[in-house]
Design a protein around this ligand. Structure first.
Ligand code: HEM
Length: 410
């Protein structure tokens, strides 16, 4: 395979993605009367898009700064990043004139809204929207119409993601971008932030996230023990399939706004703590068995009864495991990481094409003392995960995993 051109690949897809402490997701629509103008603005915007080559340099600079700081805290470098993606509706609206805008992916072409039922998203007759979706499911951007009524904007044409080392820098960069794209309007905006202190890198339930990612051949030089190698074509569109030429080196981005009821989750663990242990430890073990890892990141397939924080924090050890086929003594079949990547349960070769790169970020405030005490998320508070995954085929990657196809394949 020819060498990948890092200047052609957007930076969030590989090598750990855009460095981010804060990230804003801006969903936009293109004004149908100003398409030509949008195209011109997009062309001028291209040099601002953070490429994989830039991410490589940024990540090298971060590593150097950490090494130079030795035992003291390394300064946080001022780095921002910008990536852009389009929906099927956006591509159609753009009328690229590149021969075809059909990028040949069923899930992409039909869109997440029409595929929601198949993805297992809840439908609850009686909700205020048509079709009748569960009130907790956001079927598009919800905006107020002229009369102040909530309406759903389903015609989202694209997503601009801005990342940075702090929210102010992200906001400033985003404002410049909004000014630049005068032919588009923002319909929905979401802000994510990494969690504070020792929870950095952990999602809101408290588990270390972003541990198990596939290593992409020709991109990731340092492959950790246990890390599965996949050809670039699993994540990037390549020219071996019927994809149009202009799409090569792109990737499909799946986005999900996933709310997490953290105090309720913790109460559930306490109420159902595994017996025979002090209640706190029983709750901790139940959480670990639901996830397949301890909060530290240590896999229960290796250390099933006690946490090993040193292992959790060590990339050379925290992904170096497999599941015991047909046994769930160490790790339940239903553990999140076993359902989303069953490893040898199904066969590493078989599941290779189902691997995804995850690049999401938590959002929302930390749990307050009052919420922790009541075991209830306060009204009006929303926290969770702004989930992002990259794959070359949605039906094999995100959608396949979300539909639970991996766990029922045999
Ligand atoms: C709020 C929802 C979610 C939370 C809190 C969450 C959290 C986690 C955590 C803590 C891990 C283990 C650490 C790691 O390997 O990175 C993990 C792994 C993973 N998650 Fe999620 N996740 C969520 C939703 C999803 C969704 C929707 C998908 C895909 C449809 C997904 C796919 C995966 C995959 C593929 C892995 C890696 C499994 C492995 O290779 O061992 N997750 N997740």
């Amino acid at each position: 395979m020819s060498k990948l051109n890092f200047e052609e690949i957007q930076g969030d897809i590989l090598l750990g993605g855009l460095p981010k402490r804060a990230q804003t997701f801006l969903f936009f629509t293109i004004d149908p009367k100003r398409i030509q103008e949008f195209r011109t603005q997009l062309k001028k915007f291209v040099p601002q898009i953070t490429t994989l080559a830039k991410v490589k340099d940024d990540r090298d600079a971060i590593e150097k700064s950490k090494a130079a700081a030795k035992n003291s805290t390394a300064p946080i470098l001022s780095i921002t990043g910008v990536n852009i993606s389009f929906t099927k509706k956006g591509l159609t609206q753009l009328q690229l004139g590149l021969g075809t805008d059909d990028i040949v992916d069923v899930d992409f072409n039909t869109g997440m809204f029409s595929g929601a039922k198949d993805l297992g998203d809840p439908i609850e007759p009686g909700s205020q929207f048509t079709p009748k979706w569960d009130k907790n499911w956001i079927p598009g951007a919800i905006v107020k119409d002229a009369t102040g009524k909530d309406v759903i904007v389903k015609d989202i044409h694209g997503l601009i993601m801005v990342t940075g080392d702090n929210p102010n820098r992200v906001e400033n960069r985003l404002n410049e971008i909004k000014d630049h794209f005068s032919s588009a309007s923002s319909v929905h905006q979401l802000e994510g932030n990494i969690r504070p202190g020792d929870q950095k890198g952990h999602e809101h339930f408290g588990f270390l996230d972003g541990v198990s990612q596939p290593a992409v051949e020709g991109v990731d030089d340092n492959v950790n023990p246990g890390q599965q190698k996949v050809p670039p074509g699993v994540i990037l569109l390549d020219d071996t399939t019927q994809r149009p030429k202009w799409a090569v080196n792109g990737s499909f981005l799946a986005f999900r706004h996933l709310s997490q009821l953290v105090p309720e989750f913790n109460s559930f663990l306490e109420a159902n703590a595994i017996p025979g242990l002090p209640p706190k430890d029983g709750a901790e073990l139940l959480g670990a068995r639901l996830m397949g890892r301890w909060k530290s990141g240590a896999p229960i397939a290796v250390t099933p009864y006690v946490d090993d924080p040193a292992m959790g924090a060590d990339p050379k050890r925290n992904d170096d495991f497999d599941f015991e086929k047909t046994s769930q003594i160490r790790c339940p079949f239903a553990a999140h990481i076993r359902k989303t990547n069953p490893r040898s349960d199904i066969g590493l070769e078989v599941t290779k094409s189902n691997r995804i790169i995850r690049s999401g970020i938590p959002y929302g405030p930390e749990v307050s003392g009052k919420e922790a005490l009541n075991g209830l998320t306060e009204k009006g508070i929303d926290r969770g995960l702004l989930f992002v995954s990259y794959q070359s085929n949605l039906g094999k990657g995100f959608a396949f995993i979300q539909r639970g196809r991996l766990s029922i394949r045999n």
